[in-house]
Design a protein around this ligand. Structure first.
Ligand SMILES: [Zn+2]
Length: 227
């Protein structure tokens, strides 16, 4: 089987989630880091390369406190647009490479995964990114709708409720620390997930527990039906 290069969630029965934060860093990303630190939790930050260069201290803090940093391109560029406005391959390559270098130079740690802005990446591009950069292409399975174009930003209560109504074992939670409204919603959302018994892992830790056999473990009834 070819290596799996795109994920929305990981099949598991373990109550683990990966909380991801996109489009930063911004000065208020420190508040997200404070909230995670107070609860001894780790997350994954899909940073924009040019903002990583603007706020190197925040990136260094992320690494020092055990968080993972992923690639969200250099300028938050769309990597795919429908014909006739396709994105030239050299632009895709440059956007990813420059962000990779910005993160590596700032923190000394190379990112291992990419979240394409807007989730826009074709199957073919995703495969190429895996081959060229070794990146797994990470989407999401919980979306609080805090960056949906044309929609009002959710209040803290709405953000938390949307996360809790979609969450499940092995899911990847999308959020955007670009927005102060999201940052405000993080502490109580973390507490609610902890109260439900969820453990927090980084994206790479979540992908590492992907067990292809777990997804096809049959129930006793299913096994009986086969006999
Ligand atoms: Zn984004």
């Amino acid at each position: 089987m070819p290596p799996k290069h795109r994920y929305y969630s990981v099949p598991t029965k373990k109550k683990v989630v990966a909380f991801t934060f996109d489009d930063g860093p911004r000065p208020w990303t420190n508040q997200v880091l404070d909230a995670l630190k107070e609860r001894n939790l780790r997350g994954t930050f899909y940073v924009i390369g040019k903002d990583a260069l603007r706020y190197p201290k925040i990136l260094k803090r992320m690494v020092a406190e055990g968080h993972e940093i992923g690639n969200h391109t250099m300028t938050h560029a769309w990597l795919f647009r429908n014909p006739p406005n396709e994105v030239p391959h050299r632009v895709v390559e440059q956007e990813i490479r420059l962000a990779h270098e910005a993160i590596l130079q700032t923190t000394g740690v190379a990112p291992k995964t990419i979240r394409p802005p807007g989730g826009l990446l074709t199957e073919e591009q995703s495969r190429w990114v895996y081959e060229a950069f070794g990146y797994v292409d990470v989407h999401w399975s919980v979306n609080p709708g805090d960056a949906t174009p044309g929609r009002a930003k959710p209040s803290t209560a709405v953000f938390r409720r949307r996360v809790l109504s979609q969450v499940g074992p092995g899911k990847i939670i999308l959020s955007h620390d670009l927005w102060k409204s999201t940052v405000a919603a993080i502490p109580s959302t973390l507490d609610a997930l902890l109260a439900e018994g969820y453990e927090f892992v980084t994206v790479s830790e979540l992908l590492a527990i992907d067990d292809p056999y777990e997804a096809v473990q049959w129930t006793a009834e299913e096994t009986k039906a086969l006999q």
